[in-house]
Design a protein around this ligand. Sequence first.
Ligand code: AMP
Length: 563
Amino acid sequence: MEFKALVELCESLEKTTKRNVMIGVVADFLRGLSEEEIEPAISMMLGRAFPKYDPRTLDVSWATLSEIIRRLSGVDWATFNTAFRSTGDVGAATQIVFERRTPHKQSLLFEKPLTILEVRRILEHIAELKGQGSREKKERLVETLLSRATPLEAKYLVKIIIGEMRTGFQEGLMEAAVSRAFSIPLKDVQMASMLTGDIGEVAYLCKKHGKEGILNLGFKVFRPVKPMLAQMATGLGEVFEEHGGRTALEYKLDGARIQIHMLNGDVRIFSRRLTDVTKSLPDIVSLVRGEIKSKGVILEGEVIAIGDDGKPMPFQHLMRRFKRIHEIDRVTKEIPVELYLFDVLYVDGKSMIKTPYIERRNRLKEIAGNIPLTRQIITGDLNEAEAFLKSAIDEGHEGLMAKRLDSPYTPGVRGKHWFKIKPVLSHLDLVIVAAEYGYGRRHNWLSDYYLAARDGDSFTIIGKTFKGLTDDEIAEMTERLRSIAIREEGNKVIVLPKIVVEVAYNEIQKSPRYESGMTLRFARIVRIRDDKTLEEADTIETVRKIYESQFERKAKSSYESET
Ligand code: AMP
């Protein structure tokens, strides 16, 4: 199948918001694909070069890509900026400048149309290039790919390379489309998608074997599973109410979540975003290999960095361990980490996800060897719970997790089975969409950040802050922002939405300054959340809800103080 058919489909998705229509056209399209095409096509439609569990990455920076777009289109960069301003999307801007290419350049281009499989092969080739001289070679391949693309194809190639599709067609809808395409109940498709970790592979199995292909799937060791997520609780009172008066409370450690897979002594570790981080954590690998009393397991735990005083170090230190590719031995010594296990999803050929929490925890204790579990109590007593929360905070941790005793493990689901309890409620995960150079000492640094909430497929600004980061972090952030800069407007640099930050604030106020009509009061960045994806950033609906609940709270407290 030609790549053109795929991009035309994406284009039609972009133009409709009707879920049912979208699902219908994608289902028809999927039916027309061959077995080999189906996974690559699905990955690309979801804005990925490869399946989700696949460790390969393209490693093509926006700086490189934008240079190629500039070279190929031959237009001056101001034209790109205008195109970007009118569309708000780098893919669409690329299409516009490609349409303005000189006719001479265009005529050279379309000898042979690109096919879906050919695009995949070129992307594989780009990902495989490593080491010295690979940057130039990658650049050449991207250039060849884009030079063969029509303007519309270029729009989507750029989106795939930067990993942002924005057609509004997310994984959940893709599951529905696969279900419809192959007449298989949605719940079976969803279950298979959760187990294999990739809807593209599920579609392939459905195409090849029909329903039988996905019915007997089990967990696969070394295939990461979406983590179960927690909802923020308003307080311990709510937790007891929702969990039927009794719950398990665990320390919420301020570290990084890892999923550990082990089979016959081979260990692989995945981050919360399901990237393979095994190489960054050789100490954890040998710890697990030495302690875990089982041949095949999938475990979850939190890794924290420990300072000389025995207290947890700030999260940024730990992230240095995770980002490390060189000199791992030195950094392993410099930033010692500790692992605390908190769940088990699979043991020796058996899935544990339907087993109640309390039994999973007991099983975990049996197999953990000398690896500690997160500190835990089971209680129905509010005073005891409050004392436990206080001790967690006093020991330098973030707060508590409350886990319903009879709850299954629900991969990828954020529900009321798990609550997080933090003493400060006013935190949001937001995305940096622009930054300004500072003043005085900071005049060379991008130190004032525009913070945006997710708004459908785009981002809406709700505040700005220059507070929270250290000088070193600002310098590093400046580098990162420059590498994803799209254009400059005086002192301000507009960037690709890539970086998620956790922001603390005092209040959400009404404000005419931003289109959202809201702004954060006293916002400050608490940490850079490289462990979170853009999809995990908070939405504008959440912000609006909090804004509205502030009035309810204020009304309630003034009501309570009056009565
Ligand atoms: P958040 O990232 O704020 O949504 O909070 C959930 C995160 O808390 C999880 O993804 C884990 O990384 C972390 N966490 C820390 N301690 C625990 C625990 N005892 N159980 C589960 N998650 C934990």
